[in-house]
Design a binder for this molecule. Structure first.
Ligand SMILES: NC(=O)c1ccc[n+]([C@@H]2O[C@H](COP(=O)([O-])OP(=O)(O)OC[C@H]3O[C@@H](n4cnc5c(N)ncnc54)[C@H](OP(=O)(O)O)[C@@H]3O)[C@@H](O)[C@H]2O)c1
Length: 287
């Protein structure tokens, strides 16, 4: 695991995991993790795989999932079921739901983590409506469809849903991130709206609002290479911790400062940002 800089240690204080409490909370449970083939999902799988649980790992890249399965099962503690599925495709989602019904008849805990981010300006997106369709499809519609199907079982087992979200859902939306931010906000709103009903039925709901995390998702964005970012191992510990604390939300301690600034400086931001972008267009000779 990469060592944090001084600034990162300040921004992302370590999360102490009580392994006994975690072991008790998840013992013999079936935990479904979407997007388990890399980044945060992979690290949650490897962490939980040290306990006697049944993990159902979902993503498109079966080869990656099988490597993770082999690594976990070599400890002889956890059992792993791999389901290779593109969750945007109805038939592959149905196959996953069928597997959950017939083979697992569960899960007890769902970690809704699979996601796709796209950074592209509106002017580079004019012929790319499909960017909006695919981010909505994986970041919003897929988790809605999955949850609608597993809610009755979660209610019977008093289970938990953990939504891996982003701090951007409660901050000023950034240019070039329209597709990603709109789709993450859509699911955040859906989940917050559904949560009281789910909680009333005995299902625990948790949303993890993450800042930048050093995973393959942010690799294409050069500007992020030098910015402070959490490690996926750290995020995995926070998610695992929520399985015994059952906390409703987790966010970095400084998020409230960003939220206050988003309200106070919205007008200023909306006046300044077009000027800044206009200068950038002139400099790069854009149309
Ligand atoms: N990294 C960050 O800075 C950051 C910040 C805030 C929130 N998040 C959220 O954290 C979550 C995990 O992202 P990450 O950073 O760990 O990125 P990542 O390493 O790119 O992981 C994304 C995961 O989603 C899976 N996935 C993508 N499209 C899929 C599809 N159509 N069907 C099934 N699985 C699919 C990918 O697997 P396959 O490619 O094998 O399908 C992969 O396992 C996402 O929801 C993201 O929005 C990330």
């Amino acid at each position: 695991m990469r060592r944090y800089s001084v600034l990162e240690r300040l921004l992302f204080p370590s999360a102490r995991l009580d392994e006994d409490r975690l072991a008790k909370a998840i013992r013999r449970k079936t935990i479904l993790i979407t997007g388990a083939s890399s980044g945060i999902g992979e690290q949650i799988a490897l962490l939980l795989g040290q306990f006697p649980v049944h993990l159902v790992l979902v993503a498109r890249r079966e080869d990656k999932l099988l490597v993770i399965k082999r690594q976990i099962e070599s400890n002889k503690k956890a059992q792993v079921t791999v389901v290779a599925a593109d969750l945007r495709r109805d038939n592959e989602m149905e196959a996953l739901l069928g597997t959950l019904r017939e083979e697992c008849n569960k899960p007890d805990i769902v970690v809704s983590n699979a996601g796709l981010s796209i950074r592209r300006s509106i002017y580079d997106s004019l012929d790319r409506y499909h960017d909006y369709a695919r981010t909505m499809s994986i970041n919003y519609l897929a988790p809605v469809k999955l949850l609608l199907s597993v809610i009755p079982g979660l209610e019977r087992r008093q289970g938990q849903v953990i939504n891996v979200s982003t701090i951007n859902t409660s901050l000023i939306p950034l240019p070039s991130w329209a597709a990603y931010q709109a789709s993450k906000s859509a699911f955040d709103t859906w989940f917050r709206s559904a949560a009281p009903e789910l909680n009333a039925a005995g299902i625990f709901t948790t949303t993890i609002y993450l800042p930048l995390v050093r995973t393959p998702m942010i690799e294409p964005t050069a500007a992020y290479r030098k910015m402070p970012a959490m490690s996926p191992e750290h995020v995995a510990r926070i998610i695992a911790k929520s399985m015994y604390t059952k906390r409703r939300t987790w966010n970095p301690w400084w998020l409230f400062l960003g939220q206050v600034a988003s309200i106070l400086f919205r007008g200023l931001w909306e006046r300044r940002m077009p000027r800044k972008l206009s200068k950038r267009r002139d400099k790069h000779g854009d149309a």
